[in-house]
Ligand binder design. Structure first.
Ligand SMILES: Cc1cc2nc3c(=O)[nH]c(=O)nc-3n(C[C@H](O)[C@H](O)[C@H](O)COP(=O)(O)O)c2cc1C
Length: 234
């Protein structure tokens, strides 16, 4: 009932020893450090049951006031993929020719992208992440969503992690503006296209730019009390 607390239940999380915790943290880092954006995606099929689990993982993400302001549209229909590619390439052609400034184009040059997006047809699945700018209640009235940008960003991170974890590849594609997706997918008026993610196996011989990550010292800043730095049992 509105205004009342949800019933409470205990946290069900098995205790993990510090050595096991260290091992899991290192293993997860090793796994995720292998994730790359892949643009050469094979047409080899991926079962729908896998895609369903990937989406369920994404939808388990935290969200502002648990509003779950997302819809994940999974597309394998070849004709719809063709139309999405056509519309995305039209926007990208315009972006590369007129919308991106010199610095942006220079930053993209080493990555080697251009307006052509063949992966939008070759990938067995496209997942379009939609963000709910506001909630459309079952009775048609409007409700609020909170921090929908942040919430959908986190859910998309969960999705990319799950895709990588099961041995598939993806690309976070953002053909801008993405309004054509709302129209092609006939989404309700409260939904905005957030990300277009082709998912599949890498093409045989697929290559990725050999980029490097910043070292930990550059991306992390620790503020520790001297008492907690060494003694994990304190
Ligand atoms: C928000 C966001 C938007 C992106 N948009 C595109 C895109 O439209 N096309 C593309 O080829 N790559 C896109 N990328 C992929 C980045 O180029 C890629 O993540 C970056 O070069 C690092 O490479 P990695 O993902 O292989 O680690 C995007 C990435 C993010 C996070």
């Amino acid at each position: 009932m509105a205004g009342e607390h949800y019933p409470q239940r205990p946290v069900t999380l098995a205790e993990v020893s510090i050595p096991e915790m260290e091992r899991r943290a290192a293993d997860h880092y090793a796994l995720m450090a292998e994730r790359r954006s892949v643009r050469d995606i094979s047409s080899r099929p991926v079962p729908r049951s896998v895609i369903e689990h990937l989406i369920a993982t994404a939808a388990s993400a935290p969200s502002g006031a648990n509003k779950q302001p997302w819809t994940f549209c999974a597309i394998s229909d070849p004709e719809l993929k063709r139309r999405i590619r056509e519309a995305a390439e039209a926007e990208e052609r315009e972006s590369y020719a007129h919308r991106m400034n010199e610095e942006w184009l220079a930053d993209l040059r080493p990555i080697g992208t251009d307006w052509r997006k063949p992966f939008l047809e070759s990938a067995p699945w496209l997942i379009v992440v939609m963000r709910k700018a506001w909630d459309l209640r079952p009775d048609g009235s409007r409700g609020q969503t909170y921090y929908s940008q942040e919430s959908v960003g986190i859910a998309t991170g969960f999705l990319l992690t799950a895709i990588h974890q099961c041995g598939l590849v993806a690309l976070t594609h953002t053909p801008s503006p993405m309004t054509f997706l709302q129209k092609l997918l006939e989404r309700p008026e409260n939904e905005r296209a957030y990300m277009l993610i082709p998912v599949g196996y890498p093409d045989e011989g697929a290559q990725v730019p050999d980029i490097q990550r910043y070292p930990l010292e550059r991306v992390a800043a620790f503020y520790e009390s001297s008492a907690t730095t060494e003694d994990n049992d304190a």
